[in-house]
Each structure stands twice: as C-alpha cells, then as structure tokens.
Ligand binder design. Structure first.
Ligand SMILES: Cc1ncc(CNC=O)c(N)n1
Length: 224
C-alpha cells in the first residue's frame, strides 16, 4: 500500500483549477498518442520545440538546485533536484537521438511564440525576488504535467504506436512519478510556512504553468 499523502495546498489548488489541469494533462495531442491517431508531423513539431524548451529548462533547474542548497535548510531537497538535473543530461541525449530518428534537425528549429513565452516565464522565475516556495511550486507543476500526460499514454488499453513509447516512458515511468511526488512534498512543506502573499503568488504561478503547458501542446497542431 502506498503511503497516504497529506492533503496540502497544491491539491486544493488543483481542485479549484481542475478544468485547466485536465486541459494541460489530457490535451488532444496526448490523447492522440494514446489512441494511436497521432499525426507524425505534429509529433515532430513537438519534438523540435520541446528540445528547445528543455535547453532553457536546464538553467531554470540549475537555479532551483542552487536555491535548494542555499535556502532550503533540508539536505534532501538538494538531492531531489540534483537527480532531476542529472536526468536532464540523459534527456538531452535522448532528444538528439530521437531527432535523428525522425529527421528533425534541431539546428534549424525556431522557437514558436508559445515556446518563447514559456521560456521567458522560466527566466522570470530565476529572479531572486521569487520565493523558494513559489519556484518549487512552478517546478513541480512543469514536471507533473509531463508525468501525468505521458503516463496516460501508457495506461491500460492504450494504442500508443511502438515508435512513440520511448517518449512516453521517458516521462510516464514510475521513477519519474516518484520524483514528481518528492518535488511535490518539498513544495508542500515550503508552502506550509509561506506568507499569504507567497501563497497567492504560488497559486498564480501554478495557473500560469498550466496555461503555458496548454499553449505548448497547441503548437503541435502546426502554424505559429
Ligand atoms: C513543455 C515541457 N514541459 C515539461 C517538460 C518536462 N520536464 C523536463 O523535461 C518538458 N520536457 N516540456
């Protein structure tokens, strides 16, 4: 039996913003991977855009790592974030091999508007003005959307094409799920001691991540 998780702020906010959370984690693109109807040109668009996103996500996670070392006071925070950073190293290698598999030349991929806006948001989150609890909430939401989305593509009854299961396993595997739960408990612990102002900001940031994720999936439809 799994350890019962205490209900915290994040679950309360997810209930409040349930339809947005569902829009982010059950987007048509993800559902089309699961039911096998996915258009491969959409997949390639997503792959190229996500590669660029992940390159911008690395400095964000590095910033979270520095803050976990300096500000958290709990030694295990650093270990959790370091694990995330280490898996981004493998992830970039995976993207490169996937790029050659699908003939997507990343050097010619141009970041679309939704991608630029998401990356600008990440940069804003790296400011020292943003509280650790707020940054951790954003970090959790970014990772959790991918975990929930790709795990759905692997659930029973899926018709996910064999050539796409690699992508689904990358974020849908159980290790990634556990890692997301670790990040979530860090965020929840920080939020327990946060000021009212920080709580309002964390909720706002959570909503903005979900909106950016929806817009990100939308790019797979093509066009700008
Ligand atoms: C747009 C987006 N959101 C979340 C992730 C998952 N984190 C790292 O890979 C991702 N790759 N892309």
């Amino acid at each position: 039996m799994e350890k019962p998780e205490k209900r915290g702020m994040i679950d309360t906010w997810l209930d409040k913003h349930r339809s947005l959370y569902t829009a982010a984690t059950r987007h048509d693109f993800v559902v089309s991977i699961r039911d096998g109807s996915v258009d491969l040109s959409s997949f390639k668009t997503w792959l190229g855009q996500d590669y660029l996103f992940v390159r911008g996500f690395v400095p964000f996670v590095a910033n979270v790592l520095i803050r976990a070392c300096k500000e958290s006071g709990v030694t295990s925070d650093m270990e959790v974030v370091l694990g995330g950073l280490a898996s981004l190293n493998d992830e970039i290698e995976w993207f490169k091999s996937e790029g050659s598999k699908w003939s997507v030349d990343f050097s010619t991929v141009v970041a679309q508007k939704a991608n630029q806006e998401y990356r600008r948001f990440l940069e804003a989150m790296m400011s020292s003005e943003v509280e650790y609890s707020v940054v951790m909430t954003a970090f959790w939401a970014i990772e959790a959307v991918y975990q929930e989305s790709f795990a759905h593509c692997l659930e029973e009854g899926n018709k996910t094409p064999a050539e796409l299961t690699g992508a689904c396993n990358r974020w849908g595997n159980d290790g990634f799920k556990q890692y997301c739960l670790s990040v979530k408990s860090i965020a929840e612990r920080c939020l327990e001691n946060a000021s009212g102002e920080a709580l309002a900001e964390a909720e706002d940031v959570l909503v903005r991540v979900l909106e950016h994720e929806v817009a990100f999936w939308e790019m797979s439809r093509g066009g700008q």
